[in-house]
Design a protein around this ligand. Sequence first.
Ligand SMILES: Cc1cc2nc3c(=O)[nH]c(=O)nc-3n(C[C@H](O)[C@H](O)[C@H](O)COP(=O)(O)O)c2cc1C
Length: 334
Amino acid sequence: MWKPPERIRHPLPAPAWPTAAAAAVARWFQPVEVGPVRLAERTWVPAMVPWRATEEGFVTPEVLAWYERFARGEPGAIVVEATGIRDVPSGPLLRAGDDRFLPGLSELVSTVRRASGGRTRVFLQIIDFLSIRRRPEREVFLTRFLKISDSLKEKLSVKGDVEARGVLLTLSEGDLRAVLSEREWHDLQFGARELVTDLHVPSVRSLPEVLPPLFASAALRAERAGFDGVELHFAHAYTMASFLSPLNTRDDGYGGARENRVRVGHLMPVGPNSVGVMAFSRKPSIRRSASRRPGSHRHRRSRRTGRAGRSMANPHWASHRWCRALLRSPGLHR
Ligand SMILES: Cc1cc2nc3c(=O)[nH]c(=O)nc-3n(C[C@H](O)[C@H](O)[C@H](O)COP(=O)(O)O)c2cc1C
């Protein structure tokens, strides 16, 4: 680990803890109206996935225990971790894509209500993500995953696919990089991930029609489970952040110009009684997640500088890296 040449010990500032009376009148602990919901105070536990759901996406006793501990502190709001809106396997991530998830989600809400004496409001963060593969072994990638195109065969001066794979396996890193496309090289380095710009994939092309009803169904389910609202996940290079990204070059009216990139977001169902909370990165990106995986250089740098996502809405609520803008909540800006 790098150590600075001179180690400066700064004196600790004299502690000036507020008295109970001073804390009681602090703005942080004052109520606030968020659309139709009133928070008892402005403390806010952001969404954090603890990977405690079952492989099928159900709430477990460990999930309940995790939120119970937060709720005992009676924060103004808890946002329950990113929860998938589709009914597809997604590992130990909570899911809200079907009614069979309702009993567990309802129990989660009851647990928070009970542990906080009914004081804490509880939101469900709902998320969509496209297919992501783990980084493959070089040999597996070259022999199984890589599609052999005619242009690649031409570059390798071979006729058949099998022959092409054979040659690829013998290439040095530099030579391999020279013959693969940027996308193929990226997939080999970081794992293949579907992009919102993959318009040749029908399920990606239809996202603007498919996503709003999927988000709406998950939000309705959250309401039936007793949540006070939902937080739409628009951050961290997942589907919605990828739509917002300047790298979104879709040519179907949902990419390119900024008005087009925000269009799917505008299609999200936000009714007069809804408390919409949105989590998004300051610089949404399609592909950034690979280079920002925890521990990577860019990840450490963004933690140091805080540049990845300074607060755009309200510094009382937003962490220094990610921003949560409350939709239709003038109370926030008081
Ligand atoms: C373990 C862990 C899990 C997280 N899971 C989510 C998540 O599900 N959804 C989300 O929007 N942010 C998630 N985050 C980001 C946090 O909500 C928070 O915005 C982030 O930690 C920034 O706050 P900080 O700079 O104070 O750490 C997670 C963070 C951590 C540490």
